[in-house]
Design a binder for this molecule. Structure first.
Ligand SMILES: Nc1ncnc2c1ncn2[C@@H]1O[C@H](COP(=O)(O)OP(=O)(O)OP(=O)(O)O)[C@@H](O)[C@H]1O
Ligand SMILES: [Mg+2]
Length: 287
């Protein structure tokens, strides 16, 4: 059984208005416990709509969303409990910080849930640490933080709920390469320590190649391709044909292959290409 599954999900914005827009069309996709699944696709392909369905922020026009095999909309009044189990970090979440201090902001969901101040304090400190924010930051105003720190605080505000499923909509967008690697590294560790199921939306094929066990490619409101990372990158022509990109290092490998160099293996990561080149040169595998 999937941890989270979307069955035959369709979503129409502004139905029966001049602005009607079908954002998702009969989407079927499942997410396995403990795996990181990447969602990639052009702007407007439906990624954000899809992820907002996962925690019940958007209700599908048609179809069902199952969490541990149970329809999350079975009892609409209980949808709030789903939001604690499926943590969603929205696109540019730092704009949603509003509380007096960073600590209060991170603890907002727990306070709402009625946790004791002692539990809140403990969990907030732990969540801040998980994203590399020092305890000294917790008493500052969110507006005194840098953009990158604000992003971390917003992510901590979701991690603080210990979600079983963590859904991230472009968590590293707009950050410099070091900030990106740090944030994605923290999230990856959250998965490792909690055994959480992670869904990562990103525009970057490099992120898909580096962090994801599985990849789903969205196109015009449909799932265009869905498989293990190996499977998805084993057919680069399919990605390129659909106007998608492949990791930069894979382009180099494909160019070398075109020039007659026999390369085999995980040609979508730097290490994979390095090993393939060494094998091809007859030096035998890893350095
Ligand atoms: N609130 C809304 N009202 C009307 N149409 C919307 C709304 N939100 C999204 N859409 C439309 O639905 C489609 C899917 O949008 P969505 O935001 O899910 O795509 P996306 O893949 O997340 O794009 P991006 O990569 O730009 O974040 C787009 O055509 C978009 O214009
Ligand atoms: Mg989006």
């Amino acid at each position: 059984m999937y941890k989270l599954e979307l069955k035959d999900v369709t979503h129409v914005y502004g139905a029966r208005t001049p602005f009607e827009k079908t954002a998702l069309r009969s989407v079927n996709i499942g997410f396995e416990t403990g795996l990181v699944t990447g969602l990639i696709g052009h702007t407007g392909s439906g990624k954000s709509t899809l992820v907002q369905m996962m925690n019940g922020l958007i209700r599908p026009t048609k179809g069902t969303v199952l969490l541990d095999g149970k329809d999350i909309w079975e009892k609409p009044k209980e949808i709030r409990s789903v939001r604690f189990r499926v943590g969603l970090v929205m696109q540019y979440p730092e704009y949603q910080l509003f509380d007096e201090t960073v600590g209060k902001d991170i603890g907002f969901a727990l306070r709402n849930k009625g946790c004791s101040e002692e539990t809140i304090k403990e969990k907030v400190t732990e969540a801040a640490e998980r994203v590399g924010l020092s305890p000294a930051m917790l008493s500052k105003s969110p507006f005194d933080l840098s953009g990158g720190q604000r992003r971390r605080a917003a992510i901590a505000g979701v991690l603080v709920m210990d979600p079983e499923v963590l859904v991230l909509d472009e968590p590293a967008a707009g950050l410099d390469p070091r900030g990106r690697a740090e944030i994605l590294g923290y999230l990856y560790r959250y998965r490792e320590t909690k055994g959480a199921t992670v869904i990562l939306v990103s525009h970057s094929m490099e992120d898909m190649a580096q962090y994801c066990d599985r990849v789903a490619v969205m196109r015009d409101g449909e799932v265009y391709a869905d498989g293990t990372t190996d499977e998805i990158f084993s057919d680069p022509d399919r990605l390129l044909g659909a106007g998608m990109d492949v990791p930069e290092v894979m382009k180099v490998a494909l160019e070398l292959k075109k020039r007659g160099i026999a390369l085999e293996g995980r040609l979508y990561t730097v290490e994979g290409v390095r090993d393939a080149v060494l094998r091809s040169l007859g030096k035998g595998g890893a350095v």
